[in-house]
Design a protein around this ligand. Structure first.
Ligand SMILES: C[S@@+](CC[C@H](N)C(=O)[O-])C[C@H]1O[C@@H](n2cnc3c(N)ncnc32)[C@H](O)[C@@H]1O
Length: 195
């Protein structure tokens, strides 16, 4: 099956299918083949992430995904019963596959007062985390992407966030656009407000 065929579809695949795809590509990766695909969310990963978020929220809490791109992540989490709003300012002209509101991330924080913020693949060299920390309603934020040193945010997004502690959670293997062969290197970083 062609990779492009898979990712035009609005569904999730298992980790083993995604790993097989990455391995079939050998020394190459998915960057050129599937435009604007960053994290290849697996069914197992989405279940684990939604279970984690459910363990951290109250029924009325809103979860905000910023820089949501095509809106896939928010959609998969909504399918699991979470109240997620996805926003993006559309600067990168990624066509939404699912509902995404056109809004700057700072405006969205003010508008929605989220309890949890999620950001997958923050633009390279950006750090939106000060705005997350300065939003009083935010109890936690979750950063997903290529580990420190990759093309995702800047070095300051991954650690040492004043007033917030980093929480280690053992999520299922993550797979991303720059993985190849046996090299898997994206992760999920959780920062929780210290009371
Ligand atoms: C690397 S893409 C990640 C897309 C998506 N989160 C994913 O993982 O597939 C970064 C996204 O951030 C959006 N973006 C850039 N600046 C923004 C801003 N100030 N407010 C909201 N979204 C922004 C871009 O339009 C783009 O869709």
């Amino acid at each position: 099956m062609f990779v492009t065929e898979i990712f035009n579809k609005k569904e999730l695949f298992t980790i083993s299918t995604l790993v097989e795809i990455v391995k079939q590509k050998g020394m190459f990766n998915l960057i050129t083949e599937v435009p604007n695909l960053y994290e290849l969310f697996s069914a197992e990963y989405i279940s684990a992430l939604s279970d984690y978020i459910k363990s951290r929220i109250n029924p009325s809490d809103l979860i905000l995904e910023v820089g949501a791109g095509d809106g896939r992540l928010a959609h998969f989490l909504r399918e699991r019963g979470l109240n997620v709003v996805a926003i993006d300012n559309f600067e990168w002209e990624i066509t939404p596959l699912f509902p995404v509101e056109e809004l700057d991330y700072k405006e969205a924080l003010k508008k929605y007062n989220p309890a949890i913020v999620i950001c997958s693949w923050m633009p390279y060299f950006a750090d939106w985390t000060p705005a997350f920390r300065n939003t009083r309603s935010v109890r936690e934020y979750i950063i997903i992407g290529e580990f420190p040193g990759g093309c995702c945010g800047n070095e300051t997004i991954w650690s040492d966030h004043e007033g917030f502690e980093e929480i280690e959670i053992d999520f299922p293997l993550q797979i991303c656009r720059t993985d190849r062969d046996h090299f898997f290197h994206s992760g999920t970083f959780i920062f929780r407000r210290m009371e």
